[in-house]
Design a protein. Structure first.
Lengths: 82, 758
């Protein structure tokens, strides 16, 4: 199980939960599992509005990136820039 | 020794990266030969012009174009009826923005939502005929109440722009529409408890006005639709693939039928990451079966392109008398014009990121108003939110009589510390920027009467993105790079430096071209400080791909295993004496014979670049305030920032200086001024005052280099962060110069005089 921390910006759409546990080996599996377990997150995930930080490294669009079971994982809003 | 395969290893020593060669596009730009958006033409080209709303908010009851269409010289007229009705909420392909909103922004549908909103367009044989044609279009409006101020737009009785907009992020979901598109929050720790631990607390309200990116080159494009439905589109843009995708989706075209070529670009700063006139030109050309060129005038750029948001903010911070931040609380309200999407959550995430703060609560509101749809502007949202935060922090430093840099050093985040927005930081250079700023001679300069010194810190997390690069070798030993990221800040030179470094050949042997969308795989735009990092990473990978092929050629020529060949500073060499005794074979030798040893040699990389490293900066500014006129003169300015590794230091310094200059303008003079009629009062550079060279001192820079482990050369993006600290740095300097703190930007002379009279 991967422990996923939700920034408070996202916790409101996950029923107020700030920590979630899902079975996932990579980011694609993680997002799918989160969408199944917490449907409130699905619209944001589907419109590409979330990034995943693994051990401090922010991944904006790397669905096949491996997620180690013991990693620090944060789900957060995606930020682009100007 | 360089990498021996496409597995890239981190470099510690550089031969060419870090040097300052002359920019390859410089001669064309200073001689006027460079072709910008408005410089493109085509045989049989028509002039396109747009009819814009005179009202800030109105229902479009009817549009009669019959008289315009009957005018001699008019080849096509388009209105909302020429744009397919998209499903509301449609997400733009590959991007987060709503394609529905973008479509409604480029051509109004049932309502105009701001003064300048496009309602029709014509393609004609001359500009004068175009103006006559626009005058002949009859639009019947039902004028509606409008709102342009963010706080007024949030009020219960405000005119509602969108009957279908219900605030997201609140529980229970609202039953009535409003102008508040979304509420988001960042909550860490126990803020109430944190404030009880504080010895000093400061709370203030702040306001910043909307500003424009102020790029010198206006939006311009030329569309040419063929009888078979394919289209060539030339335009000035930060991302021609995004232009292609957006136009195709708005107009119902296949991506492969629309080829977009990016011109040279005269500035963008985020404002050219979306489309305004491009889909209109394509629609006009499709109808006229002629090439159609549209060039915005400056008035249109101000009224109808995308400035950044204005903001209304509350910030409260508590610290101990020893200078430790115990709690921070902020509320940020930003209007993003007529459609949702202000950058307020980004800005909120950046406020406390530089500080090791246990208790933070930040609430953000994205609000719509009757203003043009905002577009990105360097580090979107961060300058405003950081202005509020760093202003309060500065006031706290004064209250406990602590040096402002010392206060920031006490609280500065370091590697291994959690950011206020969640993840743990890797290697970062905030402390180094603060220490460099404190050690600089500017920080010791004595100050005279009416002079003050301001300090502020800024942060941006940076971004990677989809990137494709091709590298072609020529038989004369030269190399051509094909890039898909428009060169705004000198990226062609930086890419050439990295390719030369990896290949082990002189910089002068490498040339780079920005290709069209049909010639190279997809590229995200030049935005988010991503190009030197991401296109650089792809360039290095493409070079390694070519190196692998050259090693393979050498191995075949020597009749040994490819694993026994290494690439070392421009030569293929046997890995050891066990591989055999062969003279090293140079890059030039291998590519010269390549056509006879297996074919031309090229390298490619198509990547989704990740690993963009965080960037921190510290700015220090000295100002003098004229007590008689209220004019603020910037005496000295220092920008210190972590670049990871500066590939072309002059360009890095230019980014620091440019961000500082833009931020100074934002702080002191620039503002969108709206009248009670909801109309913009100052849509021109005479009344919208941007700083010019004579307004500013030489901006001193220091490049800190803490390598980013996410890039093979340690590169961090540098384009966003430099505009984050200046608003607060200048505000803090003015406060210390006059002994009063202004809390509204810009701090224009009338506001300064008013503060002095208080």
């Amino acid at each position: 199980m991967v422990r996923v921390c939700l920034g408070s910006a996202l916790s409101t759409v996950a029923g107020g939960r700030t920590e979630l546990y899902v079975e996932a080996g990579n980011i694609m599996q993680l997002l799918k599992a989160l969408g199944r377990e917490y449907p409130g997150l699905t619209p944001l995930i589907e419109r590409g509005g979330v990034a995943v930080a693994i051990d401090g490294q922010i991944y904006n669009n790397a669905l096949l990136q491996t997620v180690p079971a013991d990693a620090e994982v944060y789900l957060m809003p995606k930020m682009a820039g100007g | 020794m360089a990498s021996i395969s496409s597995t890239i290893t981190e470099r510690k020593q550089f031969n060419q990266v870090g040097t300052r060669p002359v920019r390859p596009d410089g001669v064309d730009k200073v001689t006027g030969r460079a072709r910008f958006g408005a410089d493109v033409s085509a045989p049989g080209m028509m002039v396109g012009k747009v009819l814009r709303s005179p009202h800030a908010h109105a229902r479009v009851l009817s549009i009669d174009t019959s008289r315009a269409q009957a005018l001699a010289g008019v080849k096509s007229v388009v209105t909302r009826d020429d744009f397919p009705e998209l499903a509301e909420g449609t997400v733009e392909r590959l991007r987060e923005d709503s394609i529905y909103d973008i479509s409604c922004n480029v051509m109004a549908r049932e309502k105009v939502l701001y003064e300048g909103h496009a309602v029709a367009a014509v393609a004609t044989t001359s500009a004068s005929i175009a103006r006559k044609a626009l005058a002949l279009i009859e639009v019947e409006y039902e004028v509606l109440p409008h709102v342009t101020d963010v706080d007024a737009a949030m009020a219960p009785n405000a005119p509602v722009l969108h009957e279908t907009l219900f605030t997201r992020g609140v529980e229970p979901p609202p039953q009535a529409p409003s102008n508040i598109a979304e509420r988001t929050q960042i909550v860490v720790g126990d803020v109430a408890k944190g404030f009880t631990e504080a010895d000093v607390i400061v709370e203030r309200e702040f306001r910043t006005e909307a500003v424009h990116q102020g790029y010198i080159e206006p939006h311009a494009c030329l569309a040419s639709v063929s009888e078979d439905g394919t289209c060539d589109l030339w335009c000035t843009t930060q991302g021609h693939y995004a232009v292609r995708d957006t136009c195709a989706q708005i107009l119902g075209m296949e991506l492969s039928s629309l080829r977009v070529t990016a011109s040279e670009i005269g500035g963008g700063f985020g404002g050219k990451t979306t489309v305004f006139i491009e889909p209109v030109a394509v629609a006009l050309s499709r109808k006229a079966q002629r090439p159609v060129k549209i060039v915005m005038d400056r008035d249109e750029v101000f009224r109808a392109s995308g400035p950044t948001s204005s903001a209304s903010m509350t910030m409260k911070i508590g610290i101990t008398k020893e200078g430790r931040i115990t709690a921070g609380e902020g509320e940020f309200r930003m209007q993003g014009g007529a459609f949702p999407g202000s950058p307020v959550p980004y800005g909120a995430a950046c406020t406390f990121a530089p500080y090791d703060t246990k208790n933070v609560r930040l609430i953000s509101y994205d609000v719509v108003t009757n203003r043009p749809k905002q577009a990105a502007y360097r580090a979107p949202g961060a300058p405003m939110c950081v202005y509020a935060m760093e202003s309060v922090l500065d006031e706290l430093a004064e209250k406990i009589a602590m040096d402002p840099i010392e206060l920031r050093l006490i609280n500065a985040v370091k590697e291994g510390k959690k950011s206020a927005y969640g993840p743990t930081f890797g290697p970062i250079g905030l402390v180094e920027t603060l220490e460099e700023a404190r050690s600089h001679s500017n920080y010791d300069q004595p100050l005279g009467p009416n002079q003050g010194r301001g300090v502020a810190v800024g942060f941006w997390p940076n971004y990677g993105g989809a990137t494709s690069v091709s590298l072609t070798t020529n038989t004369d030993g030269t190399v051509l790079l094909s890039l898909g990221t428009p060169d705004i800040g000198g990226s062609r030179a930086s890419m050439c430096l990295m390719a030369a470094e990896e290949l082990g050949i002189p910089y002068e042997k490498v040339r780079a071209t920005i290709t069209d969308t049909n010639s190279l795989g997809y590229n995200d735009g030049t935005a988010g400080s991503r190009v030197t990092h991401s296109a650089g990473m792809a360039t290095i990978q493409a070079a390694c791909d070519a190196i692998d092929k050259m090693r393979d050629r050498a191995a075949k020529i020597w009749d040994i295993d490819v694993e026994a060949v290494v690439w070392d500073d421009g030569y293929a060499k046997p890995a050891s004496s066990n591989a055999g005794e062969f003279d090293p074979m140079s890059f030039a030798e291998i590519v010269a014979g390549s056509h006879s040893t297996g074919g031309p040699i090229a390298g490619h990389a198509e990547i989704n670049a990740e690993g963009a490293g965080n960037s921190f900066a510290t700015h220090v500014v000295d100002v003098e305030v004229d007590p008689d006129t209220g004019k603020v003169t910037v005496l000295r300015y220092l920008a210190v920032q972590d670049a990871g590794k500066a590939v072309h230091p002059s360009y890095v310094e230019g980014q620091y200086q440019g961000g500082a200059a833009q931020g100074i303008g934002w702080a002191l003079n620039e503002e969108y001024i709206y009248g009670d009629d909801g109309k913009l009062q100052n849509p021109g550079f005479l009344d919208y005052r941007m700083p010019v060279a004579s307004d500013l001192p030489m901006i001193d820079t220091i490049i800190v280099e803490i390598p980013n482990p996410g890039h093979p050369y340690g590169v961090r993006g540098v384009g966003e962060t430099p505009i984050v600290p200046p608003l607060a740095a200048v505000g803090n300097a003015v406060a210390r110069a006059i002994g009063r703190r202004l809390t509204e930007l810009p701090m224009s002379p009338p506001k300064i005089l008013s503060a002095l009279e208080r």
